[in-house]
Write a protein that binds this ligand. Sequence first.
Ligand SMILES: Cc1ncc(COP(=O)(O)O)c(C=O)c1O
Length: 473
Amino acid sequence: MNYACKTHHSTMKSQFIHFRTTASPRRDYPQAVRANSVGVEGNCRTLTSKFDSSVLRPNYKPPSPTTEVPKESVSDDAKPPSTGKFGRFGGKFVPETLISCLGELEVVFRQALKDPQFQEELTTALKDYVGRETPLYYAERLTAHYKAQNMGRGPDIYIKREDLTHCGAHKMNNALAQAMIAKRMGLTAVVAATGAGQHGVATAAACAKLGLSCTIFMSTADMEKQPSNVDLMDLLGTKVEPTAGSFKDASSESIRVWAGQLGEVYYLAGTAVGPHPCPTMVREFQSVIGRETRRQAAEKWGGAPDAVVACVGSGSNALGVFHEFVGDPTVRLIGVEAAGFGLDSGKHAATLAAGDVGVYHGAMSYLLQDEEGHIVRPHSVGVGLEYPGVAPELSFLKESGRMELCSATDNEAVDAYRRVARLEGIIPALEASHAFAYLEKLCPTLPDGAKIVVSCSGRGDKDAAMVSTYMSR
Ligand SMILES: Cc1ncc(COP(=O)(O)O)c(C=O)c1O
């Protein structure tokens, strides 16, 4: 069970991975637990007090469409050092023992961003191994489908095809780059956690490519839901460690193993959550999606998208495609969370819409928690969306009003999964299907010819059996 604390009351569970704030302080913690929290709060104050103003990038100037296209690499847009804070969100809520390790990770990460050799290797690997750039595909029949409902008028829909990356999801962009960081640090073993299995497969493949040993934690429940990905991880030479509970428990377990073997093992964060610098690293390595999108949009219609739509699980594909456009107010950024059985059902994964602020897995962000501060188990038909927290940067984008927040139910996502398959011959992952589901509401509101980009974060072969069971209920 996960217990919580209020940061102002200095009470917390002994493992930072379960530490979060709540509306009501608990008074029944063991002494050792209370003592532990003092150091943690101290760390948070010193390490997280500055606002990372680069997030809004007010001086951002979109490149002219006639400008020569820059070589795709993280160095194209290297950001200034970050404190890990996005407004009041983010930070490094961890025990003392992890501080130096996270600090070292940040230094290596920053150096890698500036190192031309690392960038060249990453650029080559993204091109030749991952298969970038991914197409920005004009979805002609999906566009026609919505126009037909509105007297032939409506937006043009483009799909950013992350489903075509090696191993079938955006997760590979980050997994490969971080595995390269692990190697740079001289580490030979990687641990990670996976929900839908996409991050697990991507990490397993990246580790195989780079000769690193790999252990992936996955809940038995998720293993049952996504058996093909378990087989793939095994095939790729990775050890899959089953855990009880759900994805959050697998995450906790992988962090626990890493924390016990600091200096020997690299924790490969699969999404933009966790203590700084994990969210920033993941965002940085995923932001190639948005940079490509901007360039491709300029080539295809000579401008930027009017709206970019992405599903929000923990936040990595959304931040990956949004980041390039955050400083460009003409581009609407629309995040679609999983409404499960409905936002009022208590069975959903809509953390930003229905959660409140707390600290979990080492950072402050929105969380699904009850009055007592216990984690509320998330639910979605898209297994990869079932996480009770969300990227701190997305919490900031929500509160600043820069990101619009929407949701799609299980039913709506499954409908969209089938609709996109039948109209376009593309099978989106159930996670990505939530973004496609929102087109039902968005398209009738947009003028003729407006340009929408939907992030198709992954391919949905893994979900075919589940959808067929779902349809036969
Ligand atoms: C295909 C796909 N899309 C989206 C997600 C959600 O993760 P995130 O919000 O980090 O993009 C997952 C998670 O496993 C996924 O597999």
